[in-house]
Design a protein around this ligand. Structure first.
Ligand code: F6P
Length: 341
């Protein structure tokens, strides 16, 4: 068989582990040929690719980023490109394409699959917001990076008796904020799923200082928002891909908390450091399993589906289900965290 692989959307630790696993399973065990499209869907639309053999994937298991490169493509551009993609698949004699990506990529994968292209998806994202899989690779690494940063920030916050508002990624969900905040013992966590009340938050942080504590750490998911009408708030807007452009919750919150508490507050934005560098062992293993199962699905002709983790098993689920809804933080998970902060 001839298989094409691509990585699209925001990168994430573990992408290279999937690529390596696909190549090993396909080439060594099935005698397949694998090619990789450069820079995501763009590579398929422009027929820009490289051959992926064992040498091409040597030494990449622990490397962050993606050796194939990634990019975001506007949805309209993809819709217009379906016929071009079909032409390139035929020209290259491809039996399957394995796109590895998050919500946007999986939507595009579904579009291509509905148009009749042989697609087997692999979900990835540090945000962990794909509903049909228990977890995505990249998340464990991002939580580890954020937790390490929070541990470090505690010592400097204490030295200066400050409130540090630490903004973490996650787009519309608060999984990274919740897990890193719990792991580091933050003093408050705000997530998009539960709009916060600034007065309540200020009271909570204030009580900590009144109790004699000398600092506070607030973890804010980048998509967190105040309860309507409780605080002036800059919403941001949208970028050219239709994604919300977050307007800096940490900056806005630290101004509000400083005014209300009379304590120095500083915003800290962790940003893309959460996506960079070496994947954790957990993410390498999950990514490797996803790659292996994606190749098996190709050989079974199970197109229009993607790999997912359910308990300890890797299963195949319809792409249509994958993009239906986002996996958000349920109330009970947030409440568990609140009680141990
Ligand atoms: O979806 C992954 C993610 O890292 C989000 O957490 C974040 O909002 C977004 O990508 C950042 O995108 P970009 O790399 O385009 O700035």
């Amino acid at each position: 068989m001839r298989i094409g692989v691509l990585t699209s959307g925001g990168d994430c630790p573990g992408l290279n582990a999937v690529i390596r696993s696909v190549v090993h399973r396909a080439v060594v065990d099935h005698g397949d040929e694998v090619i990789g499209f450069r820079d995501g869907w763009k590579g398929l639309l422009e027929c820009d690719y490289l051959k992926l053999d064992l040498d091409a994937v040597a030494g990449i298991l622990a490397r962050g980023g993606t050796i194939l490169g990634s990019s975001r493509v506007q949805p309209s551009h993809l819709r217009d490109g379906v016929e071009r993609a079909r032409g390139h698949v035929a020209e290259l004699g491809l039996d399957a394409i394995i796109p590895i990506g998050g919500e946007g990529t999986l939507k595009a994968a579904r579009l291509m699959s509905d148009a009749g292209l042989p697609i087997v998806g692999v979900p990835k994202t540090i945000d962990n917001d794909i509903a049909v899989t228990d977890v995505t690779f990249g998340f464990d690494t991002a939580v580890g990076v954020a937790t390490d940063a929070l541990d470090r920030l505690k010592t400097t916050a204490e030295s200066h008796q400050r409130v540090l508002v630490v903004e973490v990624m996650g787009r519309h969900t608060g999984w990274i904020a919740l897990h890193s905040g719990m792991a580091a013992g933050a003093h408050a966590i705000v997530v998009p799923e539960r709009p916060f009340d600034i007065e309540e938050l200020a009271r909570r942080v204030g009580e900590r200082f009144e109790a004699g504590k000398r600092f506070a750490i607030v973890v804010a998911a980048e998509g967190a928002k105040p309860r309507a009408g409780t605080m002036a708030f800059d919403e941001g807007g949208k970028d050219i891909y239709g994604h919300e452009r977050f307007a800096g919750i940490a900056r806005q919150l630290s101004i509000e908390l400083e005014q209300r508490l009379g304590k120095e507050a500083r915003p800290v934005i962790l940003g893309h450091v959460q996506r960079g560098g070496t994947p954790t062992a957990y993410d390498r293993v999950l990514a490797t399993r996803f790659g292996w199962h994606a190749v098996e699905a190709v050989h079974r002709g199970e197109f229009g589906r993607m790999t997912a983790l359910r308990g300890t098993d890797i299963v195949m689920v319809p792409l249509a289900d994958a993009v239906e809804t986002l996996k958000t933080v349920p109330d009970e998970r947030y409440e568990e965290a609140e009680t141990v902060l």
